[in-house]
Design a protein around this ligand. Structure first.
Ligand code: UDX
Length: 436
């Protein structure tokens, strides 16, 4: 199959590279000429484990191409994927669909022969209808079908999530489009991955419902963590105790500083907006949005309390800035709420992140970025872990102790065992577990 991928952001690039690896011929199109030049030279615009070698291999084997010129890519394509951004619109929180609609206009002008137009971007229910209308208006005679095919890729595990997914969701009632989609995902079909064919609007809602449900799960355990701290219980054991019930499931029950990233904050908000528009509010999700935002802000207070209630003139060593491990993505990262609040309380911050410091340097001011975790805690009055990078789990804790000015560790990701930290002489604070 020949595929055109419009948008080489996170989703477009990973999906394009993976479809090429499935054996299809994929052309990734982006208006950003610098990005395309870099991709041609093998330089990835994002950090994603395994992506550079996957791209290199498929470029070399001539199945993956990059261009700024949509013309040939769309004309020759069996399927054109729209994988452009749908950021939260300033002011009202609705998803901004201008890039999606612009892509639809462009496809309408350039498509040739039966073309399946696939929306991969996360779009509100009904967007597929709008895309269809835009194309139909521009090309009344056009032979095309518009399909919804949401992605469920986690940053840091995106290639695995694409190639070994729990399921693929395809929303279309068009028989020919269904066959094209079957062909595109054939390797998964052979692996018996469930492929759910459904109506377009249902498919669009599945994406939001999945993300919102996971956000609810995280927020639920975060509130349980707060309660655990009050009643002297251990949230990790609560997670295990409830997660072993197959109806609840073990995953996404790690308490932390609140969810961030490019999807959960944006998609939960957009879902609440859509629900309100249809006069069918999703009150649980409304609450989750509010509780999560408040939680990220409250984390600075937790750190300040651990440091004795006053951080004026104190130095804090922060480990981890990205919204989670294995990514350089800083979008809605808890560190963006926590660090400015610590600075406002008079503290200075030295920080280290294995991948996100470049990105973070544009978003945070007056932070000293260091070359290692050890440098970040040098002469600091506390060590604070915000992101759970694996390399922070295996630190030389004696060296950390020697570098710190105190023995205070605040671990917002529960990556250490409390009794071990106590035995090493740390005053250790974590999430939803007794402090030692
Ligand atoms: C998410 C979805 O998982 C993915 O299916 C969707 O397509 C895009 O959004 P991503 O944002 O990359 O993926 O990260 P994910 O691993 O889901 O984590 C989201 C946030 O929740 C992070 O801030 C993470 O730290 C937090 N989280 C996750 C927790 O706090 N606890 C958990 O148990 C799991």
């Amino acid at each position: 199959m020949r595929v055109a991928m419009i948008g080489t952001g996170y989703v477009g690039l990973v999906s394009g590279a993976c479809f090429a690896d499935f054996g299809h011929v994929v052309t990734c199109v982006d208006k950003d000429a610098t990005k395309i030049e870099k991709l041609k030279a093998g330089i990835m615009p994002i950090y994603e484990p395994g992506l550079d070698s996957l791209v290199a291999k498929n470029v070399e084997e001539e199945r993956l191409f990059f261009t700024t010129d949509a013309k040939d890519a769309i004309k020759d394509a069996d399927a054109v994927f729209i994988a452009v951004g749908t950021p939260s619109r300033r002011g009202d929180g609705h998803a901004d669909l201008s890039y999606v609609y612009a892509a639809a206009e462009e496809i309408a002008q350039l498509m040739d022969g039966f073309t399946v137009v696939v929306t991969k971007s996360t779009v509100p229910v009904g967007t597929g209808d709008e895309v269809e209308e835009i194309i139909r208006k521009a090309r009344p005679d056009g032979d095309f079908a518009v399909v919804s095919n949401p992605e469920f890729l986690r940053e840091g595990a995106a290639i695995k999530d694409f190639k070994i997914p729990d399921r693929v969701v395809v929303g279309t009632e068009d028989e020919r489009a269904r066959n094209v989609m079957k062909e595109l995902y054939r390797p998964l079909f052979l692996n018996e991955t469930p492929i759910l064919f459904t109506a377009r609007r249902t498919s669009e809602l599945i994406k939001y419902a999945a993300n919102a449900f996971l956000a609810v799960k995280i927020t639920f355990i975060n509130e349980m963590a707060d309660l655990c701290e009050k009643v002297g219980a251990n949230v990790q054991e609560v997670s295990r105790g409830i997660g072993l019930d197959g109806r609840i499931g073990k995953k996404f029950l790690n308490a932390g500083p609140g969810y961030g990233g490019s999807c959960f904050p944006k998609d939960t908000l957009a879902l609440t907006k859509t629900a309100n528009d249809y006069n069918s509010p999703v009150r649980i999700v409304d609450t989750v949005v509010e509780v999560n935002a408040a939680r990220k802000k409250a984390m600075a207070g937790k750190i300040i309390d651990a440091m004795g209630g006053d951080v004026a003139g104190k130095k804090i060593g922060v480990l981890g800035l990205a919204f989670k491990q294995n990514t350089d993505d800083m979008r809605d990262a808890p560190s963006l709420d926590i660090i400015p609040a610590l600075q406002a309380a008079g503290a200075t911050v030295q920080a280290y992140d294995p991948e996100a410091m470049d990105e973070a340097s544009h978003l945070l001011s007056d932070v000293t970025f260091t070359k290692s975790a050890y440098e970040a805690v040098q002469d600091a009055d506390a060590m604070v872990i915000i992101t759970e990078w694996d390399q922070f789990r295996a630190l030389d804790l004696d060296r950390i102790k020697g570098a710190l000015n105190s023995n205070i560790v605040v671990d917002l990701r529960n990556i250490y065992a409390a009794d071990d930290m106590a035995a090493r002489g740390f005053h250790y604070f974590s999430i939803g577990r007794p402090s030692v």
